[in-house]
Design a protein around this ligand. Structure first.
Ligand code: SAM
Length: 457
């Protein structure tokens, strides 16, 4: 076996030059790429090697010898310990630059797409306290006290938070209220904690919140805690409860209402959406408005058009398009999102909208078999992307335009590559910064049917 240029535990001096998916800065040691946690591109740093594989190594910055001009002081005291965000030490302007490069790189490397116009990443005016949803994990310390927080970098252990600069302040008030209100004796102890996680969803426009308590079984504290919480934090509109279903608290049963309401109204870009605790909604309402506007512009719907929105959620993209279209169809797997979508269509007075509660990959091939077509298809799949079955079916619907929205540049590139092979070359990609201070980036892509694309050229 060829000798590796570095070993685990060794410290090497590196010049870091780019940012990789995952938020690690990349440097090279004797030709081997070292993915470096807490590095800022432009740094010269002492890096401790933490992992070595055949083709690359991982490390962590131990000291910065010459800081990058883009390096800034992270405001959060937990930064570097808590794994919730990765880029607070990189100036916001540089974060945006690197996100654009990350999207461009994925399109070229994974999608082989070299001539796509990629816009500069659309920034957030206030890149802090922008999250409308928090998923805190719970831990019980040696004194039996509850702490809510996020997992440490590359570890399962929970970092107890004093603050989080990414969450809406209401989520943070709920977190501290639960830590204060839940008596240690009710928590089941370190070995058998009963409260496993807390999810919050905040409507920025209404200034109200939903809380979902994720528990082992159905502990007796759920109802009294819900009472105490609504008393303590007057903006709490509803408290729900869910049982753990997998090993982590994120795998849980559908939420059941304990008290108050199970949904909130949120206004985005002049539109009001009903969103239930279990329904997906874009993380930042401010950037969601941008994404809706972009999708609307790129979809370019005409009055006779049939529009199909796959992975439609509560109708975030579909409903603003439906007002201009002849018919509008949404396909979404989650029951709560479909029920919100239908309620939203009614509240908006839209009679031409149909939501199907189905898995996209199952229903779409059947639509194709039955000869259905669409003029415009919008799709916003989960992180794993749409995949070849869905992209093939989308092309067979023969739309004039396809607008693909994605939160993962790698799967976006793969889906766009398939679509290009199927006669839908991608013309433009616009990254949108939905997740400042983290490496994640949202992007929208416009694909046009080859004939139209040739006509436009
Ligand atoms: C990234 S979200 C987009 C939702 C919506 N477009 C929006 O902007 O609010 C992806 C959505 O796809 C749904 N979903 C996940 N897998 C699915 C599948 N196989 N078929 C249909 N919907 C699915 C999720 O429940 C979620 O609502």
């Amino acid at each position: 076996m060829a000798e590796r240029p570095v070993e685990k535990g060794q410290t090497v001096r590196l010049r870091l030059d780019s940012l990789a998916v995952g938020g690690e800065a990349v440097g090279r040691h004797e030709g081997m790429a070292v993915f470096t946690l807490l590095g800022c591109p432009g740094d010269e740093a002492e890096v401790e090697i933490t992992e070595v594989s055949r083709r690359f190594a991982r490390g962590i910055v131990r000291s910065v010898i010459e800081p990058s001009p883009d390096r800034v002081d992270p405001p959060c005291p937990h930064f570097g310990d808590c794994g919730g965000c990765q880029l607070q030490h990189v100036s916001y302007e540089a974060q945006l630059r690197h996100k654009t490069a990350m999207v461009r790189d994925a399109l070229q490397r994974i999608g082989g797409l070299t001539d796509v116009e990629v816009g500069e990443t659309a920034s957030m005016d206030e890149p802090w306290r922008y999250r409308n949803r928090a998923q805190y994990s719970a831990a019980v310390n040696e004194s039996g006290e509850l702490a809510l927080g996020f997992a440490r970098f590359h570890a399962h252990e929970i970092v107890a938070l004093t603050e989080c600069e990414l969450q809406h302040p209401l989520s943070e008030r709920i977190r501290t209220a639960i830590e204060r209100l839940l008596p240690p004796t009710d928590q089941g102890g370190r070995e058998r904690p009963l409260l496993l996680g807390v999810e919050t969803f905040v409507s920025f426009s209404a200034g109200r919140a939903l809380i979902t308590l994720v528990c082992e079984g159905q502990p007796a504290f759920v109802r009294p805690l819900a009472d105490a919480l609504t008393e303590d934090v007057s903006e709490v509109a509803g408290v729900l409860f869910a049982r753990r279903r997998g090993r982590a608290a994120v795998h849980r049963s559908p939420a059941e209402l304990v008290m108050g309401e199970g949904h909130l109204l949120e206004e985005v870009g002049g539109h009001t959406y009903r969103v239930s605790a279990d329904s997906f909604f874009q993380t930042s309402p401010v950037q969601a408005a941008r994404a809706i506007e972009l999708v609307r512009e790129w979809a370019d719907i005409g009055p006779g058009d049939t529009v199909v929105d796959l992975y439609s959620g509560v109708g975030t993209f579909l409903l603003p398009l439906a007002g201009r279209a002849r018919r509008a169809f949404g396909v979404e797997a989650a029951e709560s999102a479909v029920s919100d979508g239908k309620a939203n269509a009614r509240a908006w007075g839209l009679r031409n909208v149909t939501f199907y509660q189905r898995n996209v990959e199952r229903v779409l091939p059947r639509w194709v078999e039955r000869g259905r077509t669409a003029d415009v298809v919008v799709l916003d799949p989960p992180r794993k992307g749409a995949g070849p079955i869905v992209t093939a079916s989308v092309a067979k619907l023969q739309p004039r335009r396809i607008v693909l929205v994605s939160c993962d540049p790698a799967t976006l590139a793969r889906d766009l590559k398939h679509l290009a092979e199927l006669g839908y070359p991608c013309a433009r990609v616009q990254p949108i910064d939905m997740f400042p201070q983290t490496w994640h980036v949202e992007a929208a892509a416009l694909c046009e049917r080859q004939a139209e694309a040739d006509g436009a050229a």
